[in-house]
Design a protein. Structure first.
Length: 301
């Protein structure tokens, strides 16, 4: 199967490489010359314009987008659609908002172009381990492109599925990431407790390794935590600043819209926001209030 990969960052390039290893022909485009050069050095045919990459494929074409969510996707589609033809398929494998994906699918359908939203999990390990793929859109198109998804997944019969109509792929990936926030926060708090219990002299890397085997809290996130703690037990050189991709925010907004309580996910998002405040005004005001009503000491800055 022939595919044009648009966006050759680390994940896009790795996905393209896995597809090529599976026998598919992949051509690529990225606006960054360095990204195109790296992909080209890996053996991929790359082009310096989006149009050239798409037009290098026979019709009907499959175009896979791995670009940042939001306006960049719309801008890419604006440049892409004039070069597409009836029967072509566009797959958005990024972290787009599911409502944007529904809108885009409807707009492209007017030109007889199928739009699939594919929530993609696997990160930097996907090339080696395979990707978890949650696909939304036309069932017949997903079935036709099954060899593509089977190549990217951990195995042909697992790790991928059409989960529903347009928007369903990115919706389930959004919830997936919200759950991930909660799991990460729980691990972080548990290990922080053990790190603080100094008299027990716990080896956190050792504990993580024990938990990886047979424990009910074992997971891939724990595997990665064990690696990080064994490599750098005190986490030296790592700032206490946790970013977010936006999907946790969307998950919380969805919980509010649906009247579904999601306190763990919500608090884990708020903890990420808190991590970015090195000199929190709210904490300083709390200290001031304690001093006002109880005369408690204030630590100077």
């Amino acid at each position: 199967m022939d595919i044009a990969m648009i966006g050759l960052g680390r994940m896009g390039a790795n996905m393209a490489q896995r597809l090529r290893q599976g026998g598919h022909r992949v051509v690529g485009y990225d606006p960054g010359e360095a990204a195109r050069q790296r992909a080209g050095e890996g053996g991929m045919d790359t082009f310096d314009t989006l149009a050239a990459a798409v037009e290098a494929l026979p019709v009907p074409r499959v175009v896979w987008l791995m670009v940042p969510a939001g306006e960049v996707v719309d801008q890419t589609l604006a440049h892409l659609v004039p070069h597409l033809a009836e029967g072509d398929v566009v797959i958005d494998g990024g972290n787009s908002n599911y409502q944007d994906s529904q809108r885009r699918a409807q707009a492209l359908a007017a030109n007889d172009i199928t739009y699939l939203d594919c929530g993609t999990s696997g990160g930097v390990w996907g090339l080696q381990e395979g990707y978890s793929l949650m696909i939304g859109g036309d069932a017949a198109t997903v079935e036709r492109l099954a060899p593509l998804f089977q190549t990217l997944a951990p195995a042909a019969d697992r790790g991928w599925a059409r989960v529903g109509p347009s928007g369903a792929g990115h919706y389930t990936k959004m919830i997936h990431n919200g759950i991930e926030y909660g799991m990460m926060q729980a691990y972080a708090e548990g290990f922080a407790l053990m790190e603080r219990k100094e008299e027990l002299q716990l080896d956190l890397g050792q504990v993580a390794e024990v938990w990886r085997h047979g424990s009910v809290v074992r997971s891939w996130l724990l595997d990665l935590s064990a690696q990080a703690l064994q490599r750098n037990p005190a986490l030296d050189g790592i700032a206490a600043y946790v970013d977010d991709s936006g999907e946790g925010r969307w998950t919380v907004a969805e919980a509010i819209a649906l009247d579904v309580p999601a306190p763990v996910i919500t608090l884990s998002l708020l903890e990420r926001l808190r991590s970015r405040q090195s000199n929190s005004f709210s904490d300083r005001l709390l200290a001031a209030m304690r001093n006002e009503f109880g005369g408690h000491a204030i630590k100077p800055r």
